[in-house]
Write a new protein. Sequence first.
Length: 379
Amino acid sequence: MVFIENFKAGEIRKSIDYKYFIPSLINVELGWTDPQLNLLLEKASFELGQLNSFAKLVPNVDLFIHLHITKEAVVSSKIEGTQTHFDEAFLPKESINPERKNDWQEVQNYTEALNTAIEALDTLPISSRLILKTHKVLMQGVRGEKKTPGEYRKSQNWIGGNSLYDAVFIPPHHEHLNELMGDLENYIHNDSLGIPLLIKIAIVHYQFETIHPFLDGNGRIGRLLITLLLIEKKVLTKPLLYLSSYFEKDKSLYYDNLTRVRTHNDLMQWIKYFLVGVAQTAKKAAQTLDSIMDLKRNHENIIQTTFGKRIKTGLELHNYLLKQPLITVKDVQHICDLSPKAAGELVNHFIEKKMLKEFTGQFRNRIFMYEPYLNLFND
């Protein structure tokens, strides 16, 4: 058994003209003596259980999951340097400023990759096959598309700096990837180790980021794995927990804690940081769900008591907005099967009740957003 307090993260090895870090294999029994870790684990597990229980009580919870996934896509991509705003992510591609289209596409890819991976869990375990499939979707048609999407790297990469010689961190040589990724996969599915799942997920995320098996997209795939593991292991029945906002809030602390494992063997600090994030994020996710239900009830009541002959179409449009919170008058025509005039009147009614707000500032090709709803997802 390896104790977290005595954990050895790995070693520096020399290639021909540079040195790289090779992490220790992790598919081993793990123990610890620090009682604070037990308390943090208990708190994180409790908040996660509360979120899962609450989600089961929310009618049509799948309506709201699309926004949770989009928020995660925006923030996880932001950690990597993209500049798409949350509301922009719901716009059609033709409405995006040409200079921002690549960032917008990266967010769309992340959303598609996460949805694809969640669906794949019905038939595939979390494995190299699933990870490679997800990476291919993530990197299609964007800046990293020339960096072998859907394949583990066959050359050396690095983090920070402009070359291997001024890099902040150099992951393991690609000749070690098969062994390291095989060990990671075995660790994920080795239930005989008896390691609590949240601690296991914390270690999986650290190890994946350290292996850095792709030429691009490692951070996004590594964060996506957190949610996939919670779903696969049935800790969550719906994908409602995403840690990217917690990581992005103090990005340097996120990276410092990952780095400290490699430089100081301080796995304990990383796990504690991770567990605090799970507890805080799960609690906030439950509060957001509660706020969504309050808003939904309030706005449905306004529609039922003030929309007169428009109640039926008002409720139809409101239900649609919970999944797609940016619309045009033309959209409303199709959603509610209305004439252009009637669709415009319905939109104006929503504006009068402060449910919709014009987004573009233009007189033509106007787009309206369900602002009170979107605001619930802003940190």
